[in-house]
Design a binder for this molecule. Structure first.
Ligand SMILES: [Zn+2]
Length: 110
């Protein structure tokens, strides 16, 4: 995006398109990644109402924070499971394989 005299222009340098003042100012990559164009959704959200709902920076930030929180929650669950497995293995080591098999057999007989 280029801004000339306060007006935004989108697209490749040799084919710049002036901003549509009804639409979101966010830039979207063209399929294939050759250039960018203006988002075609209606503006009305975010700072000065310049963004569409999807590209509202505040909404993106809130969404990102929620995703980060969920990622951290999942990471903690995995970490706890690993810690549990390590502790269980440590506590089981004093038993021999035969003792463990015997233990399982006894339990089956109950
Ligand atoms: Zn948008």
């Amino acid at each position: 995006m280029k801004i000339v005299d306060g007006v935004r222009y989108y697209g490749r340098s040799y084919a710049l398109r002036k901003e549509d003042e009804n639409n979101c100012i966010n830039e979207i990559w063209e399929t294939g990644g050759w250039g960018q164009y203006q988002c075609s959704r209606k503006r009305g959200h975010g700072p000065d109402g310049l963004y569409c709902k999807q590209h509202d920076p505040d909404r993106i930030k809130i969404k990102q924070e929620a995703e980060d929180k969920e990622y951290e929650r999942r990471r903690k669950v995995k970490e706890d499971a690993n810690t549990r497995r390590l502790l269980e293995r440590e506590f089981c080591e004093p038993f021999t394989d035969n003792e463990l098999s015997a233990g399982i057999r006894e339990r089956k007989e109950l």
